[in-house]
Design a protein around this ligand. Structure first.
Ligand code: R5P
Length: 313
């Protein structure tokens, strides 16, 4: 087995390598003057089982292209099997036609990854589970939930946990929220969110009694932070004791960090599927938890042809 990292999330790749106790394969990833990407794999990979770690986070198009070019290099170097480990699968929110003459970009990206020569995909908390069907190769969609469950158990005392209320910031996240609430035998509430236009969100109603509760907002993505910060304000206005959030993918486009800093949120816990800039690392309200053990164990199981479904939480 060999582990290769693109440039998108070297920190996570190193942590996965530590978990598996194997080194990252030496690769050069360079730019020509016109910004075309060039890669060279500096070790023999003929006949190897390759795990290529590269989330397609911002800059999404560069990271995607780098992933495709690395896959191409590996195919041409006679790798035996290539698993694209894409902890954050960008373009996932474009998973259906939203109007006339619009694309289904998530399907296009899935086609590109398969066509480049990937044999399998390993990812975490796909925005919509059915995106797995966009690939005609095996796709393992791990849930970040076990990582968050451990953290919540550490952060909240048993007494606090009696008042826990898990909140879905929109109707699309109800199934995900119910699943984590079940682990704590807790109730759920739902924020009725409306998007007047892309990038803007408004809270219409809150479904459920939040007064006096310790609320945890649970979502797959925080992008501009509008959804989360508006939901936190509405929960506080309805009498919630405190509001924190657990989110898998910290996309955190501007002005998310500023919004979080000024918001009612006590803490936003994100997974490390996307490598964060200093600005995020310096934000006191944002804390990262690692998926390296989860991904490392999934990689180990895939390499050994063992069941991965045990990790699905
Ligand atoms: C939407 O369906 C997602 O689950 C997130 O709620 C959304 O992407 C968050 O976006 P933003 O942070 O820009 O409001």
């Amino acid at each position: 087995m060999k582990l290769i990292s693109g440039t998108a999330n070297n920190d996570l790749a190193k942590n996965i390598a530590d978990v598996l106790d194997i080194p990252l394969t030496n690769v050069d990833i360079e730019r020509f003057r016109d910004q075309e990407i060039f890669v060279r794999i500096n070790e023999n990979v003929r006949g190897e089982d390759i795990f290529l770690i590269q989330p397609t986070s911002a800059p999404a198009n560069d990271h995607l292209m780098e992933l495709l070019i690395l896959i191409d290099a590996l195919v041409r170097a006679s790798a035996q099997r290539i698993t694209a480990v894409v902890p954050y699968f960008g373009y996932a929110r474009q998973d259906r036609k939203t109007g006339g003459r619009t694309p289904i970009s998530a399907k296009l990206v899935a086609n590109l990854i398969s066509k480049a020569g990937a044999d399998r995909v390993l990812t975490v908390d796909l925005h919509a589970g059915q995106i797995q069907g966009f690939f005609d190769i095996p796709t393992d969609n791990l849930f970040g939930q076990p990582v968050f469950i451990n953290d919540i158990k550490e952060q909240f005392s048993k007494r606090d946990r009696e008042k826990l209320l898990f909140v879905s910031p929109d109707t699309g996240g109800v199934v995900r929220t119910r699943a984590i609430a079940k682990e704590f035998d807790a109730d759920i509430a739902i924020v009725d969110k409306r998007r007047p236009k892309a990038g803007e969100s408004e809270v219409m109603n809150i479904i459920g009694d939040v007064a006096g509760r310790t609320c945890i907002l649970y979502d797959d993505i925080i992008d501009s932070g509008g959804t989360l910060c508006n939901a936190a304000k509405a929960l506080k206005d309805h009498g919630a004791n405190s509001v924190s959030a657990y989110i898998t993918h910290g996309v955190l486009s501007d002005p998310a960090v500023e919004r979080i800093s000024k918001s009612e949120l006590t803490e936003v816990v994100i997974a490390d599927t996307i490598m964060q800039p200093k600005k995020v690392k310096d934000c006191k309200q944002i804390r990262e938890v690692s998926t390296a053990t989860l991904l490392g164990e999934a990689i180990r199981r895939i390499a050994n042809d063992e069941s991965v479904s045990k990790l699905f939480g």
